[in-house]
Design a protein around this ligand. Sequence first.
Ligand SMILES: *Cc1c(COP(=O)(O)O)cnc(C)c1O
Length: 482
Amino acid sequence: MANVKFHSGKQLPLEMHKVRIVQKLFLPPVEERRRLMNEAGNNTFLLQNRDVFMDMLTDSGVNAMSDLQQSAMLRADDAYAGSETYNRMVAKVREIFGMTYFLPVHQGRAAENILATAYVKPGDVVPMNFHFTTTKAHITRLGGSVEELIVKEGLEPVNDCPFKGNFDIPRLEALIAKVGPEHIPFVRIEAGTNLVGGQPLSLQNMRDVAAVCRKHGLRLILDASLLQDNLYFIKAREAECRNMSIREITAEIASLMDIIYFSARKLGFARGGGISMRHREDELRMKELIPLYEGFLTYGGMSVREMEAIVVGLDESMDEDIISQGPQFIEYMAKELHRRGVPVILPAGGLGCHVNATEFLSHIPQEQYPAGALAAALYIAGGVRGMERGTLSEQRNEDGSERFAELELLRLAMPRRVYTLSQVEYAIDRVEWLWKNRALVGGLRFVEEPKVLRFFFGRLEPIGDWQDRLVAKFREDFGDSL
Ligand SMILES: *Cc1c(COP(=O)(O)O)cnc(C)c1O
């Protein structure tokens, strides 16, 4: 957000853009929402988008493009090999990260597949601040394992730690001493730590990790998918960076890394991805995998139109006015909910506002999926679609028992440049109404439970008649309102 003060003293996040293309939204009446939620097996992944008023499921591939991105798409140079679009993309990534080599991939997890295939052997250990679902899946698929070394504050719902995504450096040292550097193919830093609520690392912490890696001759890889939010937080919260530009901070971070990969569904406001490398050996090692898994070396499975949008989107990711909007909307939402007594993760991170379902629905036992129940209840209460990030998102243990998540969260993601502040106010209002009526909300149980990725496809039903009572209370409080 630009430095604009309000005369009233009230400080609101201010959109530094205007909307020129719109999409009509529909809000079905509460009785309909209840029926639709049950048709979707009480799983927000199975709702149809046409039935959703505010889609806060994710910020992946759903951010609004700018006029400059749309116009750049028209000049896409469609060639199987050697297209000008590819040259423009390489030049832009080089300009921003300052690394010589670049390989295109179709999205973030594809980069993870290439990296894991190139470097991970059975028995290897990959230290990281925290795992991401697809990262871990690729490493374990190849017989490796993941060690999560996030600082302990990262897993506490509320504290005032400004960098909850930081690595615990002594634990990193201890792990290297224990397993030996020869069993560590790389160390991975995840900017804007996704699964702990979009929490950032500091520049200083990244420097400390890099120093440890250099000492032991270890390769350091940055997952920059959520770098945009992390850059904003570094500038806002790290004293030494206050007067640096976003580009300068990015260059400083990149100078510490051997490899940087990203999902352009997030970084770059489009769809695609890439791997940027400092050393020729790394390029040679991964290059031959690209035509095998992705596409020819000059498009890597991406459409040239999306590549043009990424080139412009990466520049926009270096613009403080543009990247501050997401975190500031999220902070506004988290603070407003907190002010009204609703338990949320604090300080707010990037990605979205995270509601603490353990505390919100403390009467629902973990085996009845409080975060999943809250997601279903919020859709019924307001047509707002969030994502469960708790026990439902875990896989059962080998013996069939539940593996309980450390945090039960309802994630309300904030797609960039998509919703207005009054829509955010509406979501806050409905969450607060649910909070006041939380005693009415009950648990869920599976009726169809897939063995893998059950949170994507599983179907559940409410335990008891709580949804009838919730709808009745809605009518009592809101009359004939939608
Ligand atoms: C989304 C994400 C990925 C995977 O990217 P996709 O484009 O969805 O495959 C990897 N790492 C992080 C941190 C992410 O947030």
